[in-house]
Design a protein around this ligand. Sequence first.
Ligand code: ACM
Length: 687
Amino acid sequence: VQTIFVILMLGSVLVSSSAAEPRQLNLMPMPASVQLQTGQLVIDPSLTVGISGHTDVQLQRALERFLNNLRRQTGMTPLDMKVTSAAQAKLVVHCEHENKAVQELGEDESYSLEVSTAGAKLDAVTALGIMRGLETFLQLVQTTSDGFAVPAIAIHDKPRFPWRGLMIDVSRHFIPLDVLKRNLDGMAAVKLNVFHWHLSDNQGFRVESKKFPRLTEMGSDGLFYTQDEVRELIAYAHDRGIRVVPEFDMPGHSTAWFVGYPELASGPGPYEIERKWGVFDPAMDPTHERTYKFLDSFIGEMAQLFPDQYFHIGGDEVNGKQWDANPKIQAFMRAHGLKTNQDLQAYFNTRVQTIVSKHGKTMVGWDEILRPDLPKDIVVQSWRGQDSLAAATRQGYRGILSYGYYLDLNWPASRHYGVDPMSDGAANLTPEEKQRILGGEACMWSEYVAPENIDSRIWPRMAAIAERLWSPQNVTDVTSMYERLQNVSRWLDWLGLTHNSSYGPMLRRIAGSNDISALRTFADVVEPVKDYTREEIAAVEATSLSPLNRVIDAVRPESETARHFSDLVNALEANQGSSAQQEIRTLLTRWRDNQSNLQPLETQSFLLQEISPLSQDLSTVATIGLQALDYIDRGERAPEAWATEQFALLEQAQKPKAQLLLMIVPSVQKLVEASSGVKAPQLPPQK
Ligand code: ACM
């Protein structure tokens, strides 16, 4: 067999399997080393898998899951697709030894996968590596003219960072176990290995405590996980090579604790579960011994329930107002030489760290906990800026990056993708300091997510962050990332994730109709406002009691259609031909005419009324685009006065309406520029 030499460089994955036909490998995250060869292994209904080395229950379950995923992905259900003896198997799996009983940070996840026309071999030191390799194999299965097939290939792969996580906030909106499970499946598919479970906040305490039952009896609205359910989720994650790190946020973000246990607070009660979003005053009393007695008992119980070595105590956003207002706390601070609230929180952290450590765990906290007096084994989670990560590692602490990976801010995947834990302040660290950067975590804060739309806020963008954390640092090609992301998105459907499948039903509910073609055309080109703008421009303050059934809740954080349109306009600008121009015209015509199709629906549904002005904008903007295209077609320069007028209209259309952004505006502005030769004033950023 002649090996075609392709080694993937710089994240480029358009590889040539023959001179004529470039072939896209849909791998994400991109492996460390890929050599494509000639030929392919056909995947037919008789595919068998065999184990040749160490075996155990976790490994066997991984293989069964692999076959099930393959069956789903290919629609081939035959029972003879099975685990068998190694000698006869098409895919032979060789694992050297078992994993740790409790998965540890930094365990070996490397693997090698060799596929030829005759069969495939997957080698790894541990079952973790096998699991990562099986996911790669699933991603390699392509639809070809000869059937489903995996290209002949040699892959040697290992992660860049040992801590690759997703945090889900289950406090602000409760997220049921089945929703978490399907997201764990998604995580495993893109080789993530830490599920950070944000279990308590002002809006709800979500884990049963047998020692302190009022935490959930009074602080959860009845929405919490029993300890059996917690164990079930941990086992589910463990099967997929994912650690579960619990977070109990303290001393702030803790109102829900105080509903049942007001004596923990620094101000007089009574307390109620918080319904609003934001930063609130209630905080634990760091000066009272009963606080530490409670935490010792509680953390002891939770340390038993959660086997992972790491235990997250939150520590973010303490506004100190209850401390300022409490004379006893003020007296304590004076008596102990604690000059600021930050000093008081550092005192609290030191006490809590002693408790966490006593129960055998290593403490993790948000970057506010960073103070030189804590022991060096703690881990700092950097969220307020990338510099805090560098600062932590310089002081001898280990850190993980979340700044830049907040999924709730509705950024495009490309923006997250551009954030590297080793860039910015970290670029100048010594090798030893760099060693302390463990990786990163995406964060899904849940003010505006419910079970039906959380997947669409996480996926597929999460996969781009997963690649940043797994793949070599030089894998940075955004075009390639987006091409692969679309494919990842499509096969995540087969894992049961609903980021695509819930879109139609949500739009049908909004329309109160099955005919959503006009609504979909509109929804496909808008995005929710970015950052924290949703709060800033809300007509009515949102709370945990607000329905999440509006257009903003259904539309995707990133419009694929608008991105495609932008690519077409860029191609046109670069003079790359008439096919782009034709497609631009088709799209603009559809958008121009959409308003008249959508209008009848708008009068029928209260959920559609708010989008009327933006739907009108879509029509206006598309009309401008078509006029610009006409000038370009005729080879005629558009008058400057006309261009100036259009720029003003576009600037209006750029502004959020119904908390939505019309994402085609910048591209239409480019068309007007191209047709007139007039440079447009800089549009304000779409936020
Ligand atoms: C945070 O976003 N308050 C950690």
